[in-house]
Design a protein around this ligand. Structure first.
Ligand code: ASP
Length: 361
């Protein structure tokens, strides 16, 4: 570590964490094929060096590389490491805010994970964690990473009266709660925020601060971060035309602990699955039902009565519902160890009622 970095660490600063992704990617022939690249090639410190002259005066930065991966390979132990790193940063009085550079493929998972494990602390400590990334590699002529990173740094260091502490995301000049961010287009520069049908929203928009407050009011306690090797095994199964019973029954003789059903329409599933899913609940496999449509709410007992113990996901997409179920199963285990009789359903219900706040113009 350089002496400049050590000095900055002992003074108030913004901590910039690197996880890799396209923002740290390199294309071998950026002029002709900018979309042919390797993600996670450049250190986060170099990304900062590249934008140094544009960083507003008075903002001290410290960088820390948590990982340098293509986020499609994100693992559960890595999420645990990231969660613990963010918690330490929030507890460190010298850290005034946190920026996280991350691949866009699985920002959806990381956003909800950080909200559920660190969101309350960020609010209580009055610090912002801002996730950002890029759709074009760092050496593309129109690389979007530098401006996204600058936006994130500016937002992380904005005075608290303008926006409360919490877990946010910024891409393509627009901001939202990180748990509402999802990649909904394969290549567009605003792909990771596509789900918010907005085109002209500033980073901090007074109209969505009420949504931030609603989440703040509903999220009263962070969930424990599972130890790296103790994440419950949960799979996502998508219902589709021609679905087979074996897709579900295959799991009954495994150690899988939960299944998230990405159902059609309102979260319904093929009749072929009714029997094996009943068998899964009998074996104690946790079931959550969500919709594969990409938007809207999945409600309990709609369109049909749910199997006993099966939970509807509310507005959580399948990847988010999977993380939520894993954290809820882990929270149940920790509660049992502490002599409390809370179930995964108690924890999941708290998550599923979190309001989704989409920016609309
Ligand atoms: N595959 C890349 C990743 O998620 C995509 C990106 O960062 O935009 O790491």
């Amino acid at each position: 570590m350089s002496s400049i970095q050590t000095k900055a660490e002992n003074n108030p600063h913004i901590l910039v964490l690197g996880m890799g992704g396209t923002i740290a990617g390199i294309a071998s022939n950026p002029e002709d094929s900018p979309l042919k690249y390797e993600a996670g090639q450049i250190a986060v410190g170099s990304l900062l060096a590249h934008i140094r002259s544009a960083i507003p005066e008075g903002i001290a930065l410290v960088s820390h590389q948590v990982a340098n991966i293509n986020s499609r390979n994100l693992s559960e132990p890595l999420l645990s490491l990231l969660g613990e790193t963010v918690r330490q940063a929030l507890d460190n009085p010298m850290v005034k805010g946190v920026v996280l550079t991350h691949g866009t493929d699985t920002m959806e998972e990381t956003g909800v994970f950080l909200q559920l494990t660190c969101g309350r602390s960020a609010q209580d400590l009055g610090k912002r964690v801002i996730i950002t990334g890029a759709m074009l590699p760092s050496n593309a002529s129109k690389a979007d990473g530098p401006s996204n990173l600058l936006d994130a740094i500016r937002w992380a260091s904005t005075p608290l009266e303008n926006c409360p502490g919490g877990i946010y995301a910024v891409m393509d000049g627009r901001g939202c709660l990180a748990m509402d961010l999802a990649k909904r287009h394969a290549t567009d520069l605003n792909a990771p925020i596509q789900a918010s049908p907005s085109s002209s929203v500033g980073l901090i928009n007074p109209s969505w601060l009420s949504g931030v407050k609603a989440v703040e009011a509903a999220w009263l306690e962070d969930l424990p971060i599972p130890a790296g090797n103790e994440w419950p095994w949960v799979e996502i199964l998508t219902s589709h035309a021609g679905a087979r019973a074996e897709t579900v029954s295959h799991w009954l003789d495994t150690r899988v602990q939960g299944l998230v059903i990405a159902g059609s329409g309102m979260g319904g599933f093929h009749d072929e699955w009714a029997k094996p899913l009943a068998g899964a609940t009998k074996r104690g496999i946790a079931l959550v039902r969500t919709t594969r449509t990409g938007a809207g709410t999945t409600k309990q007992d709609i369109p049909e009565m749910d199997l006993a113990g099966c939970m509807a996901s509310g507005t959580l997409s399948a990847p988010r519902a999977r993380i939520a179920l894993q954290l809820a199963l882990n929270a149940e285990k920790q509660a049992k160890l502490a002599g409390k009789s809370l179930t995964w359903q108690d924890f999941f219900a708290r998550i599923a009622l979190l309001p989704e706040f989409r920016v609309r113009v």
